[in-house]
Design a protein around this ligand. Structure first.
Ligand code: ASP
Length: 440
């Protein structure tokens, strides 16, 4: 049996008293689920409002000197409904009053937004009869707003060392001067990962409203297959290309500590979900591909220069032009006397002229510089590729049968992914062609 599981529940899992009940029965199924990190209550139905959004609204109304009473009443009702529905004893009305007073007195946006998780954790701790630990006491940020990883680990592990069942609100912590600071949106996932590492958990369970990751975007592929097992490295490649269920920064603490993350569905508690681990141990057979993800809207800067290959430092100079403009690049396929730099079109736009002029200067009349827009990048990711011959051949044949023109190819040295660039208009067709080649 597992010794210690840290659970994180997302906003939709905590949206009402009915959802709170589901959470408790999930915890009762497995007594080693001893730590819980909640988000703030999310949407109960499609047009509902998330508590965090309402709190940000209250803060901005207050800072414009406008009344935020109406918006705050919605927040109050959400918490009172849950407290009443579960017959809780905690004095949530006084806590809500403190939050309202804090917003009125000009507390900053981070403090206001963080109260969503704070209040939710107070309710949950009361409902479960567990200890409440304020995240401001265990999650430490530097003055510049960056997480202080070492201090967080030191403080949090000391606070949790007694092994008592504990609720720690997600999304925020505090700077050393006590000022509350939040992660970026969706950051309760990061809190969960930090608590899992501090508690030395065997598994970090991230409970949400989907049964894990899908092999492709369901808006493009109807009913895509579920991914039961994936490595952190594969997931990083897929989430970079837009597949998102988990906050990107939530992977690092647990990955480094060797703790697997299990994505689970609060509404289907017996579904095993997706297990993310360092190297997917105990696998009998590995599928050739794990998932496909992609994005439209890239630009390719193509640079040609006579004898480029013999000019030491030319590539570095081209990349410095991008660096000076603060534009990061995605890929850089090269030829003998040519190189292409693939960048996101939105980040290129404000610096386009300046970047092109500077690269023209480097080429110095003995070549050419051009930009092609409207390119999509699609990553086909799979740890199984390394063991299988002919994966690239199958992928490109499938694309050629679908009459898709490949504009760029890139394969990382890890052999974990094959990346293709196609016209934006071929984006969906490419994903279809690759998916059906490997999955059905
Ligand atoms: N409640 C915050 C948000 O909506 C953080 C989270 O849910 O993870 O972004």
């Amino acid at each position: 049996m597992l010794e210690c599981i840290v659970t994180k529940f997302g906003g939709s899992s905590l949206a009402s008293d009915e959802q709170f009940r589901k959470v408790r029965s999930i915890l009762e199924l497995e007594p080693t689920r001893r730590y819980l990190v909640p988000s703030a209550p999310g949407k109960r139905f499609p047009n509902d409002e998330k508590v965090t959004d309402l709190l940000y609204k209250c803060h901005s109304l207050a800072s414009e000197g406008k009344s935020f009473k109406e918006e705050f009443a919605k927040i109050r009702d959400r918490y009172l409904d849950i407290a009443r529905g579960l017959h809780l004893k905690v004095d949530i009305e006084s806590r809500l009053q403190e939050v309202e007073d804090g917003i009125a007195s000009g507390k900053n946006a981070d403090w206001c937004a963080s109260r969503g998780e704070y209040l939710c954790a107070l309710l949950m701790a009361d409902y479960l009869g567990w200890r409440f630990l304020d995240a401001a006491d265990g999650i430490v940020f530097n003055d510049d707003g960056q997480l202080n990883d070492d201090k967080t680990q030191e403080k949090l592990s000391a606070l949790l060392a007694d092994g008592k069942s504990t609720v720690v609100p997600g999304f925020y912590g505090a700077k050393e001067n006590g000022e509350v600071h939040t992660f970026s949106r969706g950051g309760s996932d990061i809190t969960g990962a930090l608590v899992a590492r501090a508690a030395n958990a065997d598994v970090y369970e991230n409970w949400t409203d989907v049964s894990g990751f899908l092999m492709a975007d369901p808006r493009i592929i109807e009913n895509p297959a579920e991914i039961s097992s994936i490595t952190y490295k594969e997931l990083r490649e897929l989430s970079h290309m837009g597949a998102s269920v988990l906050h990107e920064d939530a992977m690092f603490p647990v990955h480094r500590a060797g703790i697997p993350t299990n994505i689970r569905n609060t509404n289907k508690p017996y579904h095993p979900g997706t297990m993310i681990s360092k190297n997917a141990p105990h696998e009998v057979s590995v599928p050739t591909i794990t998932g496909i993800a992609g994005h439209k809207g890239y630009s390719v800067i193509s640079v040609e220069k006579n004898m480029m290959n013999s000019e030491v430092g030319f590539g570095r100079k081209v990349l410095s032009v991008l660096e000076d403009a603060g534009v990061s690049f995605e890929h850089m396929p090269t030829g003998i006397d040519s190189m292409c730099v693939v960048v996101n079109s939105v980040s290129l736009a404000p610096h386009r002229e300046e970047i092109l002029a500077k690269i023209e200067e480097l080429v110095d009349g003995s070549g050419s510089v051009s930009v092609n827009d409207n390119m999509s990048i699609i990553a086909t990711v799979g740890r199984g590729m390394v063991h299988n011959c002919g994966t690239a051949a199958r992928l490109f044949s499938a694309m050629s049968r679908a009459r898709i023109n490949v504009r760029m190819i890139d394969q990382g040295s890890s052999e974990l992914s094959i990346i293709v660039g196609v016209n934006d208009s071929d984006f969906e067709a490419t994903i279809h062609a690759i998916y059906h080649e490997f999955v059905e």
